[in-house]
Design a protein around this ligand. Structure first.
Ligand SMILES: Nc1ncnc2c1ncn2[C@@H]1O[C@H](COP(=O)(O)OP(=O)(O)OP(=O)(O)O)[C@@H](O)[C@H]1O
Length: 682
């Protein structure tokens, strides 16, 4: 889902059901006028296309949410469309239920079916989910064709037309008006969802599932909910289809219906709810045209010949216009909005780029460590201060007073000095590789612990096991007295354990502020339903304000509205720190937070971390800049080839022969002498 429209700024939370943004209000007004006029102006064949467009717009909106927002590909949307249509027809015809009850029954049946199959299926990812939904489509199609209750190949027919205030909806024009309000309401619900807490979380999941999980987002649960919601839209479309066609046969569940729906979403533009409606109209139009065109080109072609054309169109759109119609509209809209906005953006971007130069000072192969065995000059980085001064003199990030900046809140669930994290016998094996071997340590609350070691020592693997990104082969991780090993990262995150990443995990579909806003996720409560109805309350605005305050305090306020992916590396790293702090953590794991920062920025970050520690935050720090770690940490643990070789206060670790050997790969006495000599020289 493209949440960030660079021409309009980023998505902001929204309260209230009705649209409050100018473009949406204008769009809905235009759509309403078109809907009112069409029945008076369209020919009968065009009217037929218009009615089917409206009907199929509903499952297309659902699929757009699933694919664009939740990033899940479904090739079986027709299954839920068919379940809605069949249930509605059966309730009307066999059980003679009132139309409204039958319609609700159709939607609920589709959603229940989605929930049932979604629970196991949504544990699958990518292609596997697409294949599973494809299989589901075939199962439903065969089931309705072979089951007496569903009328086998004949289907279900002989139920009445809908009536509104005693008027029978028995012609295309009336039916068009009958469906249209549901499409408009569906559109508004879907748009509201994209701007809600849940919608923004889904978008973040799409960008980086690991980062979203680490901020407390339960990705599996959200996906199941969106899958179920998407099926509800499909079921409603099926209800209208049954009413309109007056017969429900296995045709509704056929594969080509799922392909049509997929095409609608792709042509409209993945992630654009508006695009789904436009796509529905285009595909219906295309379907009629292709039915005549294909037999003319391929004599004797019969059956669902339009599928050949669908295939071609799908390939062409993906190749030439991957963003679909939405991409075209955005480009045109950007041009209409004129150059002024673009100039402002460019100015902001270049300002950021200038600031960025600061953050792009390259680090050496081992940060503060020697690149080669025996190159002891850089051990415990004796020239870090010189670097810092030079960098600070060369550039001014405007952050020199970061040490006085307002601190983000931290949570302090246990008194300082008491254990907050206990790692026991933690082991991770990858086949024959033992990445981490029987590591145990305790982290007291309100302290900074440094976790250091040469490349490949197992530091990141340790972090991954502590946060739940990977399961340990054996061993336990207790956070706040509760064992969390093997559980998904959101479990620890909702209790106050979060992290940053060695390989940056930026939510690139939103801006810098949007990234930090996601850090507030665990503090919010509104779910999908409240988001769709616009009932999030003002709490979301408060969270946006807090995100903004954190950015201002960390001197990133000037780039708050820039696309996060456009920031230079060093600033993206700082943004990740801000995002983690927005969660108000009790335990913060920082994976190489200094990498990519200039010496000056490193000093500022170190000062900030000290202040956070003094405010009660517990920090575990993986860092190659050993000099910074030694200066910053209350205790240091050293890993080498997966083993914990030392753990204690910085001074004792600094002089530990095993540590020196691990870093220098030489004899301990010789290395120590060499080091002392170098320190004296510096
Ligand atoms: N998914 C994996 N499959 C196989 N081996 C892995 C996997 N992940 C890590 N390893 C191995 O485990 C060891 C520890 O890796 P890890 O990334 O934890 O080290 P590190 O201390 O964080 O290193 P660096 O400082 O370079 O980031 C390495 O030998 C690495 O190759």
């Amino acid at each position: 889902m493209t949440l960030l429209d660079k021409t309009e700024g980023s998505v902001r939370s929204k309260t209230g059901f009705w649209p409050n943004n100018r473009a949406t209000i204008i769009g809905i007004a235009v759509l309403t006028v078109i809907i009112l006029i069409v029945p008076f102006t369209a020919s009968s064949s065009m009217m037929n296309i218009a009615v089917f467009s409206m009907i199929f717009a509903l499952p297309a909106i659902g699929l757009s949410l699933l694919m664009g927002l939740a990033g899940q590909v479904s090739l079986g949307q027709a299954a839920f469309f068919a379940i809605g249509a069949y249930t509605h027809a059966i309730l009307l015809q066999k059980f003679e239920m009132p139309g409204v009850v039958a319609a609700i029954g159709g939607v609920v049946a589709a959603m229940l079916a989605a929930l049932l199959v979604g629970l196991p299926m949504l544990r699958l990812r990518g292609h596997y989910l697409a294949l599973a939904t494809l299989g589901l489509g075939f199962i439903v199609m065969i089931a309705v064709r072979e089951w007496d209750f569903t009328g086998r190949t004949t289907g279900i027919y002989g139920f009445g037309r809908p009536e509104v205030f005693g008027i029978s909806i028995d012609n295309n024009g009336l039916f068009f008006w009958f469906v249209a309000p549901f499409v408009i309401i569906g559109l508004i619900l879907a748009l509201n969802l994209t701007r809600s807490r849940a919608g923004r979380a889904l978008s973040a999941v799409n960008d980086s599932e690991l980062a979203a999980e680490s901020l407390g987002v339960n990705t599996y649960s959200l996906r199941v909910k969106v899958f179920t919601l998407s099926a509800g839209f499909a079921g409603l479309g099926g209800v209208f289809y049954a009413y309109h066609v007056q017969i429900v046969s296995p045709q509704v569940a056929e594969f080509h219906v799922s392909v049509e729906l997929l095409l609608m979403v792709v042509i409209g533009g993945l992630g654009s709810v508006w695009g789904a409606i436009a796509g529905a109209f285009i595909v219906e139009l295309l379907s009629e045209g292709l039915r005549d065109l294909i037999p003319a080109i391929i004599p004797g072609a019969t059956g669902e010949v339009q599928l050949i054309g669908y295939g071609l169109v799908l390939i062409l759109v993906i190749l030439l216009l991957p963003g679909g119609l939405y991409q075209v509209v955005r480009t045109v809209w950007a041009a209409i909005r004129g150059r002024a906005g673009r100039r402002a953006d460019a100015a902001a971007a270049s300002a950021a780029a200038e600031g960025a130069a600061v953050g792009e000072v390259p680090t050496r192969a081992f940060g503060g460590l020697p690149a080669e065995p025996g190159d002891a000059g850089a051990l415990f980085d004796t020239d870090a201060d010189a670097d810092a001064d030079a960098d600070a003199a060369a550039t001014d990030t405007g952050g020199s007073d970061l040490a006085e900046a307002a601190l983000p809140a931290v949570s302090t669930p246990v008194p300082a000095g008491e254990p907050i994290l206990e790692v026991r016998g933690l082991t991770k094996r990858y086949g024959g590789v033992v990445a981490v071997n029987d590591v145990s340590f305790t982290v007291p609350a309100g302290r900074i612990m440094g976790l250091i070691g040469p490349n490949g020592a197992g530091k990141t693997t340790c972090f991954n096991m502590i946060t739940g990104a990977i399961s340990p082969t054996s061993g336990t991780v207790s956070f706040l007295g509760e064992e969390v090993q093997g559980r998904k990262p959101h479990v620890g995150a909702v209790r106050g354990l979060t992290r940053t990443f060695q390989n940056l995990q930026v939510f690139s579909s939103t801006d810098v502020e949007g990234n930090v806003y996601m850090g507030r996720y665990r503090k919010g409560r509104a779910g999908i339903l409240r988001g769709m109805l616009g009932l999030q309350g003002r709490e979301q605005y408060a969270h946006e304000d807090i995100a903004r305050d954190i950015l201002d305090a960390m001197r990133l306020g000037d780039v708050a509205s820039l696309p996060a992916g456009d920031l230079p590396f060093g600033r993206q790293r700082m943004m990740e720190v801000c995002r983690a702090l927005a969660l108000e953590p009790a335990l913060l794991l920082l994976d190489e937070p200094m990498a990519g920062l200039s010496g000056h920025e490193r000093e500022m970050l170190a000062a900030l971390l000290r202040r956070l520690r003094d405010a009660g935050l517990t920090i575990v720090l993986v860092e190659h800049d050993v000099a910074q770690v030694m200066a910053l940490a209350d205790s240091v643990a050293v890993l080498d080839e997966g083993e914990l070789i030392a753990h204690g206060d910085p001074e004792s670790v600094r002089n530990d022969p095993a540590v020196i050997v691990a870093y220098l790969g030489t004899d301990a006495e010789e290395a120590k002498a060499e080091l002392e000599e170098l320190e004296e020289q510096s």
